[in-house]
Design a binder for this molecule. Structure first.
Ligand code: IPD
Ligand code: CA
Ligand code: CA
Length: 276
């Protein structure tokens, strides 16, 4: 993401997109919060990967609203909604990030809506309906929670850092996450697994965490958080320090200061486990 991206994005599109994303995130958030204690249908996408009827209902609201307003835009949502194929603008949606928490009624989940331009996130909204916290950012305009500006922490080293990570639903993809879990936990002040990647990244943006890393992840988990953490002064890369790519399924997001040290520690683990 660079100044050329910022200049090329049409501000009129972003004005409309921002208003819409905030409105749809709130609508979907209220919907899932109101249904939290209802009986629900749970479908299995994999052995431990689930989707609830609330995920599907929230996705219908969000994807329906975006498709009506921007029928030409690309769109990809976790539960299957798809849009046009040939626009520079693409929406990336997770109707409930933290579905497993949601299904267990553990109140740590959020709605995540991102807009990218040629693959670079330019607008992000993450709404936590249980705490009524709306995180938002737009390229070049800073990051906010409930309209209050947010900024990454000033934590200077890994051993003083509180970090977060996560684990894939695919158990075969987990060994490297387990290796990182042990190694990084021993080199940091603490490591958390709260179960909602979008909130993990927003908490880095808000200075509540100093870093977050995960592989594999999907674009809908991290798209909105990516622009929010950048606009809050943070840094993004792939897990191994390579440049960040929204669709590359790997992320390390930090307060900037600890980035090099965290990536070096991650690389030590990757190298000693012969993975990239
Ligand atoms: C998951 C959560 C979790 C992360 C997983 C994601 P979902 O998303 O963000 O924190 O570790 O990689 O798949 O399925 O709850 O939307
Ligand atoms: Ca997710
Ligand atoms: Ca989800």
């Amino acid at each position: 993401m660079n100044h050329e991206t910022a200049d090329a994005v049409e501000q009129e599109v972003l004005n409309r997109a921002e208003t819409l994303a905030l409105d749809l995130a709130r609508q979907a958030g209220v919907l899932i919060r109101d249904r939290l204690y209802d009986d629900r249908e749970i479908l299995h996408k994999g052995r431990v990967d689930i989707v609830t009827d609330a995920d599907q209902a929230a996705e219908l609201v969000i994807a329906g609203g975006i498709t009506a307003a921007f029928p030409d835009h690309r769109l990809i949502a976790e539960e299957g909604a798809r849009g046009n194929e040939s626009s520079p603008y693409g929406w990336v949606i997770d109707p409930i990030d933290g579905t497993t928490n949601y299904a267990h009624r553990l109140p740590q989940f959020a709605v995540s809506i991102a807009l990218e331009f040629h693959g670079d996130p330019v607008l992000g909204v993450v709404y936590d309906p249980m705490r009524d916290e709306m995180f938002q950012a737009r390229i070049g305009r800073g990051a906010f929670v409930n309209d209050r500006p947010i900024r990454v922490s000033e934590t200077a080293d890994l051993i003083s850092s509180l970090l977060a990570s996560g684990f894939s639903y695919n158990i075969e993809e987990r060994p490297i996450s387990y290796a990182l879990w042990i190694d990084i936990n021993n080199k940091a002040q603490g490591l958390r697994r709260a179960g909602a990647a979008a909130l993990d990244i927003c908490y880095v943006a808000a200075g509540r965490l100093d870093g977050y890393f995960e592989k594999p992840v999907n674009a809908w988990d991290i798209g909105a958080g990516a622009i929010i953490v950048l606009e809050a002064g943070g840094r993004l890369s792939a897990l191994d320090g390579a440049p960040f790519g929204l669709y590359d399924r790997t992320i390390c997001a930090t307060n900037d200061t600890i980035h090099d040290e965290l990536v070096a520690a991650i690389r030590t683990t990757l190298d000693s486990n012969s993975v990239t």
